[in-house]
Design a protein around this ligand. Structure first.
Ligand SMILES: Cc1cc2nc3c(=O)[nH]c(=O)nc-3n(C[C@H](O)[C@H](O)[C@H](O)COP(=O)(O)O)c2cc1C
Length: 312
């Protein structure tokens, strides 16, 4: 078999394409999938929690000129309902699922991972350690000790690949990636949304029910790109790049910066066929330059430091 140019490797996992949905932004069961999802590297599902929760007060979404601010807060009916009622509807149709879990303690990450990893269609578990919209005392990805303990607790319960989804807002994202690596993560997903807000001028109050929310979309792409580049310089973990990806050029930028795969979020709200188009665009590009995804990963190196320009 001739290996496809789009194949990519995330640790022990071989994916047919580097392109996949970002958690919480694409639910193929909520409407008819507009394309064949087997083309995707994986189908990444919305985060779930151990116990049922309502999510944040509405309104939950505000449009900005270059993206979205959301304060959804992971409404869901909890692990037991997910495993008995929801997951089977996905596994009937797809066998390359990545489930995303958000815990309120290391123990919860362990319990969620243990239960979900029993399902053979679950090829990896993404640990959402970075949601800005939950009532955490501290976001796990912001505290090296909590980050380590949360990943470690999950690692102890499963041999399945664990992807640690990290967050900005720390002095060194590179250092947090090395913490994730030491704790047993197999890859890191970089980045989640960035804390942001919108104001309703008619009332002077925050537009979102949760007060603040998380910014996504094209506005965050250069920030996410820098984050991927930083992690690639500090850690040997495979990186899944996410943040503002809309076009083929964006994907190439992320691969060059060091990502081995990418997730598409807000772009699917603009056009649900975005991922299908991007898979085609990437295939045409790789054919035209006769290379594979692996050839492009990490091509960008730091510019050599030049000395101060001598003035005459
Ligand atoms: C409406 C919405 C819901 C989201 N829900 C989740 C979620 O459940 N779990 C998670 O890890 N990230 C969630 N995210 C963050 C995305 O997965 C992604 O990290 C972020 O949106 C940046 O990518 P983008 O700019 O391509 O959208 C959500 C984002 C949006 C816009």
């Amino acid at each position: 078999m001739i290996p496809s140019r789009q194949h990519t490797q995330i640790g022990s996992l071989s994916l047919c394409s580097p392109i996949m949905p970002a958690s919480g932004t694409f639910d193929p069961l909520s409407s008819l999938p507009p394309f064949d999802l087997e083309q995707l590297g994986a189908v990444v599902l919305k985060s779930i929690t151990l116990h049922p929760q309502w999510g944040n007060a509405p309104p939950r979404l505000a449009e900005t000129p270059s993206g979205l601010v959301n304060s959804i807060g992971i409404p869901n009916r909890g692990l037991t309902h997910f495993v008995t009622e929801v997951l089977p509807r996905y596994t009937q149709r797809w066998s390359h699922l990545v489930v995303s879990v958000a815990g309120y303690s290391p123990e919860e990450y362990g319990l969620l991972t243990k239960t979900l990893s029993r399902n053979p269609a679950v090829i990896a578990i993404e640990l959402n350690l970075s949601c800005p919209n939950l009532s955490y005392h501290v976001i796990p990805a912001h505290d090296p000790v909590l980050l380590k303990e949360s990943i470690h607790a999950a690692r102890e319960t499963t041999a399945k690949p664990l992807w640690a989804k990290l967050a900005l807002g720390v002095p060194s994202l590179g250092k947090m990636a090395t913490v994730a690596e030491t704790a047993g993560a197999d890859a890191c997903t970089v980045i989640n949304t960035i804390s942001a807000m919108a104001i309703d001028q008619s009332t002077g109050t925050p537009l979102l029910g949760g007060g603040t929310g998380g910014l996504s979309g094209p506005a965050i792409k250069p920030i996410a790109l820098a984050a991927v580049f930083e992690v690639a310089q500090h850690s040997t973990l495979p990186i899944i790049g996410v943040g503002g990806i809309m076009t083929l050029q964006d994907i190439l930028d992320f691969l060059y910066a060091g990502a081995s795969a990418v997730q598409i979020g807000t772009a699917s709200f603009y056009d649900p066929l975005t991922m299908a188009h991007l898979i085609q665009d990437l295939e045409s590009y790789l054919g035209s330059v006769q290379c594979t995804v692996a050839d492009l990963v990490g091509r960008t190196q730091k510019r050599p430091q030049t000395g101060p320009v001598e003035r005459t």
